[in-house]
Design a protein around this ligand. Structure first.
Ligand SMILES: [Zn+2]
Ligand SMILES: [Zn+2]
Length: 257
């Protein structure tokens, strides 16, 4: 499999996952035009995709879904909670397919397991996806790393995990008080420290790459997110594990395994 972050952060999230038999977008939270441009950077024609899977209904995850689906005739998978939240902004989709949180489904040979995460939206999920022996987990918006999240993300080769904010930068930053409370709450976003603790708990000998995601451009710095993760990943890094932050503005490095 190959994973390429097209964008990640509060202004839009999208990841390209490719296997021999299928290529999908995990979320499409930039405009369709931006996503098409970024796919072009890695030589992918949007019309060649197998479809889009959607984690939850916040606009930074769904912004481009409707246009991409209609323009390139792409099927879209989401749960009913996400559809209820986002249907008015998505409009009609080429082929809408509902998945049930917790139930594995198939997309052209990819086995997709949507799992529940605590976040302030209707029925938000992360995804664990397997193809043969290749396994990846992605959880970009979660306020708390529950036991379920820990269990599902253990034993994978690649994980994409939120490392949203530095608590001190959030506290001293420009967000209004209510928003600060929301971000750091149990239904908000993971801090660098909470993310690092989760990494420590899910570490296994199989782990080869960690991509830090949803790094705030206002309440965090990539260096702080990386430093915090490095402190918990000594053995992983000593064994040539790859660690980097997905960027809001640029297509990230492709990980292939
Ligand atoms: Zn969200
Ligand atoms: Zn988000």
């Amino acid at each position: 499999m190959r994973i390429t972050p097209l964008a990640s952060g509060s202004a839009g999230n999208s990841f390209l996952l490719q296997a021999d038999s299928a290529s999908i977008l995990i979320d499409a939270g930039l405009t369709a035009k931006q996503i098409t441009l970024r796919l072009g950077c890695v030589g992918v024609d949007p019309a060649s995709l197998s479809g889009i899977i959607v984690s939850h209904g916040h606009s930074d995850h769904v912004k481009g879904v409707g246009v991409l689906s209609r323009k390139y005739k792409l099927p879209v998978w989401m749960n009913r909670g996400t559809w209820d939240v986002a249907c008015s902004s998505l409009g009609e989709l080429h082929r809408l397919q509902f998945f049930e949180t917790g139930k594995v489904f198939n997309i052209d040979g990819l086995r997709v397991h949507p799992f529940s995460v605590p976040h302030d939206c209707a029925d938000p999920v992360g995804f664990r996806i397997t193809y043969g022996t290749a396994k990846i987990g992605i959880a970009t918006d979660l306020g708390l790393a529950t036991n379920l999240v820990q269990t599902v993300l253990t034993g994978l080769q690649v994980v994409v995990i939120e490392s949203n904010h530095d608590p001190k930068m959030l506290r001293d930053g420009p967000y209004p008080w209510e928003l600060k409370q929301r971000v750091q709450g149990r239904l908000g976003h993971l801090s660098n420290q909470a993310s690092a603790r989760l990494l420590e708990r899910i570490f296994s000998d199989e782990l080869r790459a960690v991509i830090l995601a949803h790094v705030s451009q206002i309440n965090n710095l990539p260096e702080l997110a990386l430093e915090s993760a490095r402190n918990c990943l000594g053995e992983f890094l000593a064994n040539d594990g790859t660690l980097y932050c997905a960027s809001q503005d640029e297509v990230g490095e492709t990980i292939e395994w």
